[in-house]
Write a protein that binds this ligand. Structure first.
Ligand code: NAD
Length: 522
């Protein structure tokens, strides 16, 4: 990496989120929604070695607000095509690994620039494909741009000279080299950001990729793969093989030429992948590396001395933003007994103000949950919750067309109850009464997860206690538990929340690299 290239690159800054109160941005968004609607029903092929492949089997990506609307019809890879994509990626790796880091980074910089230009169209697609509100969609896009900008700079840093101790009589160096073929398997919830972050991190470090997106968000992934080819990414580096997780997921993970798996999704799938990847296939020459970021059961602790109004606001936004379908969403409010009744009353009033409906209309704060299976499973948890606690808000489906649910609050929940322990991944919040702060900390750590958490308190000693003992990868004080920013809040959880990869942090790219140490006698 030559130093002049590095000097030209400005320090990383986060992409600002659009303010849709600005009439120009609002008009641009309305126009984009209309334009994207005109693309509904379009066919999207697989992309292997830069070639478009149509298959007979299709994935129909639908609008969860209007399930009869088909956003796109995406070809679904057969096992054979998925295996061919891995062969292509293995072949392409031999040239891509030797491509200079600044050239690899340049594709990410160019992609970020194009995403900025097409921002409202991508926003609109997220509104339709996964039911995000305008603001949530734009935050997803800002994060996608941030990942590209951040990882491009990080790749240049890792390609630069690495500090080692000098010794007389030898010239020594340590360089970071890529791993090989990576299977990149993202979830649907940050449909653009996480998919772009995981794929771009693997690519910019010199690996080649087979990308298997979630079937609920396959169209936005198809748009991104097209965009990467438009900016000139060599064919074969990023291969696009949508398909059913259960059908092609296992053969991809088990393939002997796959060197690593980068996964984000549920605990169940993550553990299954981890187990399968640990088995050595005939002809396999390495121990596969698995990066698995998984579920959460995130708590906001409200101490007796907290600003109750601020805590209520943070809990409502963290629990119900994007219908509670964020791994960082607050699904448990753990509230000190001394303020519990006041907190619950204020929370119920605040939740009553949340609007639910088609997210294409910006007056709606909450849109639909992602699909019919989610609607069913969340509704089942609401029924369980009604027995495990006191339903104080919501609890019902809204309308009969889309997959809409009311924001639901269940109070007086026992810390060991199922709705306090299991990830629901929807707009359902359990409120739990704690005897005191000690008890609150104990409850906060009583799940198998350890992703995000937040504490509302004005007491420095309580903050110190949580710093030491609240066992989560991302801990916040006097702010919401969602909204981690690239570079600012490196993201990843402990325990069954995953491998703590800290996406958007300085250590992240190391997961896609291995170090080679070289010594020459002088
Ligand atoms: P999921 O586990 O159902 O699916 C994730 C991905 O795995 C999808 O692309 C799916 O097609 C694929 N898949 C399914 N079975 C597979 C198999 N056998 N082999 C290979 N791939 C397979 O999760 P989801 O519903 O898409 O996402 C929601 C989950 O993701 C929640 O649990 C949420 O907490 C978690 N999540 C975690 C983070 C984090 O950073 N920790 C971020 C976002 C989402």
């Amino acid at each position: 990496m030559n130093t002049t290239t590095l000097e030209r690159i400005t320090p990383f800054v986060n992409e600002p989120i659009k303010d849709f109160k600005n009439p120009t941005d609002a008009a641009a968004m309305e126009a984009a929604l209309a334009a994207v609607k005109r693309t509904f029903g379009k066919a999207y092929p697989l992309i292997v070695n830069g070639e478009a492949i149509e298959t007979e089997k299709k994935i129909r990506s639908i609008d969860p607000a209007h399930p009869s609307e088909v956003i796109g019809i995406v070809s679904s890879a057969s096992r054979e095509t998925a295996m061919r994509a891995i062969d292509v990626a293995a072949h392409t790796f031999e040239s891509w690994r030797k491509t200079p880091a600044d050239e690899r980074a340049s594709y990410l910089f160019k992609a970020a620039a194009l995403l900025r230009e097409r921002r409202f169209h991508y926003d609109a697609l997220l509104v339709y494909e996964v039911g995000k509100s305008w603001v949530e969609a734009d935050a997803d896009m800002a994060e996608a741009i941030d990942f590209l900008e951040f990882y491009a700079r990080e790749a240049l840093r890792y390609a630069g000279p690495q500090p080692i101790t000098p010794v007389a009589g030898e010239r020594n160096e340590m360089v970071y080299i890529p791993l090989g073929v990576g299977a990149v398997i993202p979830p649907w919830n940050f449909a653009c950001a996480i998919m772009v972050g995981m794929a771009s991190a693997a690519i910019v470090t010199g690996n080649t990729v087979v990308l298997k997106p979630s079937s609920d968000s396959a169209v936005i992934a198809a748009w991104f793969v097209d965009l990467m080819h438009e900016v000139g990414l060599p064919k074969g580096v990023l291969n696009f093989i949508p398909g059913s997780g259960s059908e092609i997921g296992d053969p991809i993970v088990a393939h002997p030429k796959v060197r690593f798996i980068s996964f984000t999704g549920s605990k169940e799938t993550g553990l299954h992948i981890n187990e399968l990847a640990a088995k050595t296939a005939p002809g396999q020459k390495w121990i596969k590396r698995v990066v698995a970021e998984m579920g959460g059961k995130d708590s906001i602790v409200v101490a007796g001395d907290a600003d109750v109004d601020a805590a209520v606001e943070a809990v409502a936004v963290s629990a119900f933003g994007f219908q509670g379908q964020k791994c960082s969403a607050c699904s448990r409010a753990i509230v000190d007994a001394s303020i519990y009744d006041a907190f619950v009353a204020k929370l119920v009033a605040r939740v009553g103000m949340i609007t639910v409906g088609d997210p294409a209309d910006p007056k709606n704060y909450m849109g639909p949950v992602v699909n019919e299976a989610a609607l069913k499973s969340i509704s089942e948890y609401i029924e369980i919750g009604k027995k495990e606690g006191r339903l104080v808000a919501g609890g019902k489906r809204v309308g009969s067309e889309g997959f809409f649910l009311e924001p639901t609050v269940i109070a007086d929940v026992d810390p060991a109850a199922r709705i306090s322990q299991e990830e629901i991944f929807g707009p359902v919040l359990a409120v739990i009464k704690a005897r005191d702060y000690e008890h609150a900390m104990e409850i906060a750590n009583n799940t198998e997860f350890g992703l995000t958490g937040s504490v509302y308190t004005t007491d420095e000693q309580k903050i110190e206690r949580a710093r030491e003992d609240f066992f989560v990868g991302n801990l916040y004080f006097n702010r919401k538990s969602t909204g981690a920013l690239v570079g600012v809040h490196p993201f990843g959880g402990f325990n069954m929340s995953g491998t703590d990869s800290k996406a958007g942090g300085r250590d992240y790219l190391l997961l896609f690299l291995q170090a080679k140490s070289m010594s020459r006698k002088l």
